[in-house]
Design a binder for this molecule. Structure first.
Ligand SMILES: COc1cc(/C=C/C(=O)SCCNC(=O)CCNC(=O)[C@H](O)C(C)(C)COP(=O)(O)OP(=O)(O)OC[C@H]2O[C@@H](n3cnc4c(N)ncnc43)[C@H](O)[C@@H]2OP(=O)(O)O)ccc1O
Ligand code: AKG
Ligand code: FE2
Length: 358
């Protein structure tokens, strides 16, 4: 049985290689944050940069069938001004949402040896990955988060490869989100002058999906570290289910200030990702966000990343450039873009420079 002292002398082994994660560290009852997790001051979330008198829009989807245009305009406005919004009355049942949250706990409660079967080193597939922080090998300071990441290929592959602790519940959330994803994309495309989402567009906008489950355990000295560092998602859009703890912060456009995303029971947080920022030639904003660690509670979240297919080439859509607008992004192979994102530590909005016309 390793002692606390021996674990602390080799944090990376215990947390990363043996698969105990930060959950394992947290459950040892640490009083002080290990030095590996101490973030530089400029990366910590401090009250001085958080504003309380503004928040991301909350959009009610209840009357979608009768008010498609009005609700669609609110969605496009939010995508341009905030890049983030919450939706309520979206038609995914509370049961589905509660079940996937519970299953997330079921997965993370398992022993480290069980979860570590899905680590990068041990997983039988690149499409299923359990890990901690973001990309520990490339990070100067680690992030206080464990995750399981599941790339959806087919129900058959999920049945064969996804952990049974959450397979059904994750698939249910994915399947039930399909209708609202299509509504959101339909509205966003109308705002870009795209009349119809044909097969090519469907692949570009939602050709692949990844569902992550994130676990942020209670943290000693939460003010010195982060749950997730500043980043924008590389998706087309992300649908995020969060629990009632809070801690997600979003950067306000064209400012150095941040707003908190308050948990609303039954709501989903939607954000525009880099792929849609690029396709819209910068009209829709893929906004930086980050997660604060929490000193009193464990927190979980479940994002679904709706993406182009890895083999798609993305760039500003022809419909957006029709009026003579100059493209600010070039055409890039989506899998190259994602690999670039995953190979470096979180660095705010720098990923999108990969696609910028210099
Ligand atoms: C984990 O914490 C996160 C995650 C995020 C995610 C935000 C998103 O927006 S995810 C949306 C991602 N898009 C897709 O999944 C699109 C489709 N997928 C692909 O194109 C490919 O699966 C691939 C991701 C490009 C992987 O390609 P492949 O060639 O098969 O694999 P590798 O060469 O091994 O991967 C390249 C490089 O990335 C690392 N990596 C791969 N997958 C993940 C993953 N799920 N999580 C973390 N890291 C991953 C892999 O280790 C490789 O790095 P090396 O250093 O080993 O070369 C947002 C915020 C978070 O905190
Ligand atoms: O946990 C959250 O609230 C956000 C997580 C996130 O930004 C991500 O996984 O990309
Ligand atoms: Fe994110």
């Amino acid at each position: 049985m390793p002692t606390t002292v021996s674990i602390l002398s080799n944090i990376t082994d215990f947390v990363v290689n043996e698969g105990h994660g930060v959950k394992g560290l947290s459950e040892m009852g640490l009083q002080t944050l290990p030095k590996q997790y101490i973030q530089p001051i400029e990366e910590r979330i401090t009250p001085t940069t958080v504003i309380l008198d503004d928040q991301i829009p909350v959009i009610d989807m209840y009357n979608w069938d009768n008010e498609t245009k009005l609700i669609g305009e609110k969605i496009c406005n939010a995508a341009e001004k905030w890049g983030f919004f919450q939706i309520i009355n979206h038609d995914i049942s509370l049961d589905v949402l509660e079940s996937v949250k519970e299953a997330t706990y079921t997965f993370f409660r398992q022993p480290a040896e069980e979860k570590n079967k899905y680590s990068k080193e041990n997983s039988s597939s690149n499409n299923v990955r359990y890990g901690t922080s973001f990309t520990p090998k490339a990070e100067k300071a680690l992030e206080w988060k464990d995750y399981l990441s599941l790339f959806y290929v087919s129900d058959e592959e999920a049945a064969a490869l996804w952990p049974s602790a959450l397979r059904e519940e994750a698939l249910d959330f994915l399947k039930n989100s399909e209708i609202v994803i299509k509504k959101l994309l339909e509205a966003l495309m109308k705002g870009l002058n795209v009349k119809e989402i044909d097969q090519t567009k469907e692949s570009l906008l939602m050709g692949s999906k990844r569902i992550n489950v994130n676990y942020y355990p209670k943290c000693p000295n939460p003010e010195l570290t982060v749950g997730v560092g500043r980043h924008s998602d590389v998706s087309t859009l992300t649908i995020l289910l969060q629990d009632n703890i809070g801690g997600l912060y979003v950067k306000k456009l064209d400012s150095e200030t941040w707003v908190h995303v308050p948990p609303i029971n039954g709501a989903l947080v939607i954000n525009i990702g880099d792929a849609l920022q690029i396709m819209s030639n910068g009209r829709y904003k893929s906004i930086e966000h980050r997660v604060m660690a929490n000193g009193s509670n464990n927190r979980i979240s479940v994002p679904i990343f709706v993406n182009p297919k890895p083999s798609d080439v993305i760039g500003p859509l022809a419909e957006v450039l029709e009026n003579g607008e100059e493209p600010i992004y070039k055409q890039v192979l989506y899998s190259d873009y994602v690999k670039h994102f995953f190979r470096k530590a979180h660095d705010g909005k720098d990923t999108v420079d990969f696609a910028k016309i210099k």
